[in-house]
Design a protein around this ligand. Structure first.
Ligand code: SF4
Length: 356
């Protein structure tokens, strides 16, 4: 729970408790950061390693990052909250809900302009639908062909789609050690076409794919990671192969430690209330007083705290303030006080709670 150490200390007038540190120019926020827009949890492809959660798999739901989106406003609100510079459209299979996908492409380009970069993942090798999303504004397509096609990819329209796309088209697959030769054949074929890059991801266990991965002989890499043993070794081997296209490898730890952290920091910098401290991991530290709403004015007055620094949280039905103020409150109010650490995401997942 270490807080960010760089940047100016902001001390608000009339409040000796308040020492929130703001990340100076937040290096993470200066890098590209995209919203993840899941346009449907439905997908006909049926990959054995599919990591989709039960709340999404097979369901016609839309999630903007962690937020279940039931309106355009939810999607735009989430993109705004994280100051998104672009969007990765994913699923499920986005082209299984092509009208909805087209709608969101148009919406994002209308609201954020043509420079809002959109890439789209799909496992559907169907020229018509791919051309429609490109015409609507998709800036890059990442194909994820099902493994049954890896050895006969030359019989699919993928090369023709890439040749006509007019935008970068790449391949994105997990590193599956039991399909080493198939992976090599696929990548060599890709390198000889108009596809412009290949992304290799470390295979990961999720809450839903464990049984299926174990049936294929996969095991966890170690006790502290959800990556599959052997996947990273294959990915490093792939990077050594003499392929004439750029190949990028994304490890499980990079996704967690770098990509997620960047996104959390970006959202925290944009949305954190004044009293919250932003940690180096992008989570928020807050002080919490569990009391009835009616007690709030009295506590504020007793501690001499402004309303900007102590507020009622209707969603969690508690008072929120800075960790320092909660520390002081714990000595004088008859209510339970805590310091909590939570994600700055729409679901506000609480990861730690320390009683005071
Ligand atoms: S294409 Fe993606 S969403 Fe569909 S089954 Fe495969 S991994 Fe899951």
């Amino acid at each position: 729970m270490e807080t960010m150490s760089d940047g100016p200390v902001t001390t608000l007038p009339n409040n000796s408790f308040y020492t929130r540190r703001l990340p100076e120019g937040c290096a993470y926020c200066q890098e590209g950061a995209k919203m993840v827009l899941l346009v449907t949890g439905q997908c006909p492809t049926g990959c054995f390693y599919c990591p989709l959660s039960e709340t999404k798999r097979g369901r016609a739901v839309v999630y903007a990052n962690e937020k279940l989106a039931t309106s355009d406003e939810d999607v735009i609100g989430e993109a705004t909250a994280m100051a998104a510079e672009g969007t990765g459209i994913t699923g499920g299979e986005p082209l299984a809900a092509v009208e909805r996908t087209l709608h969101f492409i148009g919406l994002l380009k209308d609201v954020f302009g043509s420079r809002h970069h959109i890439h789209l993942y799909t496992s559907v090798l169907e020229p018509d639908r791919v051309e429609r999303v490109i015409a609507a504004g998709v800036d890059e397509v990442r194909f994820h062909p099902p493994v049954v096609l890896w050895t006969r990819i030359d019989s699919t329209p993928l090369a023709a789609i890439a040749a006509r796309a007019g935008v970068p088209v790449g391949l994105e697959i997990p590193a599956l050690p039991h399909l080493r030769e198939e992976t090599r054949g696929l990548l060599e074929w890709v390198a000889a076409t108009d596809l412009s890059f290949a992304n290799i991801n470390e295979l990961e266990f999720s809450a839903t794919n464990g049984d299926r991965l174990r049936r294929y002989g996969y095991r966890l890499k170690n006790d502290v990671s959800n990556a599959a043993a052997g996947s990273e070794s294959l990915a490093y081997e792939v990077l050594e192969w003499d392929l004439s296209i750029p190949v990028h490898y994304c490890s499980s730890s990079f996704k967690d430690a770098v990509q997620l952290r960047k996104r959390l920091l970006r959202r925290a910098c944009t949305t954190a209330p004044l009293y919250a401290q932003i940690t180096e991991d992008g989570t928020l530290l807050k002080g919490v007083i569990e009391c009835p709403r009616e007690a709030l004015p009295g506590i504020r007055s007793r501690l001499g705290v402004s309303s900007a620094l102590m507020q009622w949280d209707e969603e969690r039905r508690r008072v929120e303030t800075s960790p320092e103020i909660a520390q002081a409150a714990a000595e004088v109010v008859p209510h339970p006080c805590f310091i909590v650490e939570e994600y700055p995401t729409a679901d506000r997942l609480e990861v730690e709670r320390e009683p005071l």
